[in-house]
Ligand binder design. Sequence first.
Ligand SMILES: Cc1ncc(COP(=O)(O)O)c(C=O)c1O
Length: 389
Amino acid sequence: MRKRKLATRVENIMPFQVMAVLARAKELAAQGEDVIHLEIGEPDFVAPEAVGLAGERAINQGHTGYTSATGLPELKAAISGYYQSRYGATVSPERIIVTPGASGALLLMSSLMVNEGEEVVMPDPCYPCNRHFLVQVGAKAKLVETEATNGFEMDLHGLSDVWQENTAGLWLASPSNPTGAVLSRDYITTAWDKVQQLGGHLLVDEIYQGLVYEGEDFSALSISDDIFVVNSFSKYFAMTGWRLGWLVVPEWAVGGATKLAQNLFISAPTVSQHAAVRAFSEDVLAECEERRQTLNKRRVTLLEGLSDIGLPVVAPAHGAFYVYVDVSSVTNDAMAWCLSLLEKEKVALTPGADFGVKDANRYVRFAYTCDEDRLREALGRIAHFIASK
Ligand SMILES: Cc1ncc(COP(=O)(O)O)c(C=O)c1O
């Protein structure tokens, strides 16, 4: 009997290298080892208490059915109000599609923006799932090399050189995972001008919005209503497991996005949507601001500590909770270095190969998702590891 194989697209999706690090870290922890986790892209805070209570209330009140495909009207109104009050951007609730995480929004966006066989331009390094979302729709990413000395920013002068007949658009993220780089208003404005001239779409992933420590925290939606923007409750609001994000589309794309949302997800998680309305209250926003300041202190500690141990960070890491570190002075194989560091010193990091191709062997990503004492302890262990080689 002929045995049918899985679809070929599965082969075009690369497994995360960090999974090997994670698996080993778990084994070591199970053996009683004290592993310091700097590899996970998830805040170490829990969701604000008021949000959790609102979720409990939603369950008790029986809000457990589907919502409309584009989201709970109260939540869409709250997101719209937040754009206006915090970012000075007027975004009508109709343009907001609430999704299962930013992941749902990026998948929806991939279906919305590209045809089979087309390409989307994005910087190398960037969030690895971007390429894989495109594979799902028969398209692919066109990675454009960047330099640490240029803040890992894609050179927009060269955009027309990489743009082809089958290029659907440009996909940016600010603040960036893995580099922590924050793009300026000028940069996004120029990108939008260029993309318009070239006749494509611009998508900006703003999932780390709010987690900006230097430079302007703004939304691309304050530049143009025709830019597509993705966001999430996962990072600033520390609600990763609630699986809730959103996509903002131009008015002319609402019908298409709604049709896709209905078919792909029916609706985003209802309890989470009721809970998330509470996230925009003043007390919760104040709590998130305090957490941002905590993250900033950790960032400064980490950057200073890295410099002290001979691993200075060249590119400004002004946002998110990541620092992308060049380890080529101590290894020519970042993945092997990560595994060996974990084995010998019990510090877990993510190798650069998960985020791109160029220089992937030179870089590792640190996530400052543990407190300052643990960060200092990790830096000490890394210094010991480097010295003992
Ligand atoms: C840049 C970026 N976009 C999107 C996501 C997906 O986030 P979620 O689906 O939890 O909202 C992540 C998660 O780490 C990310 O780093």
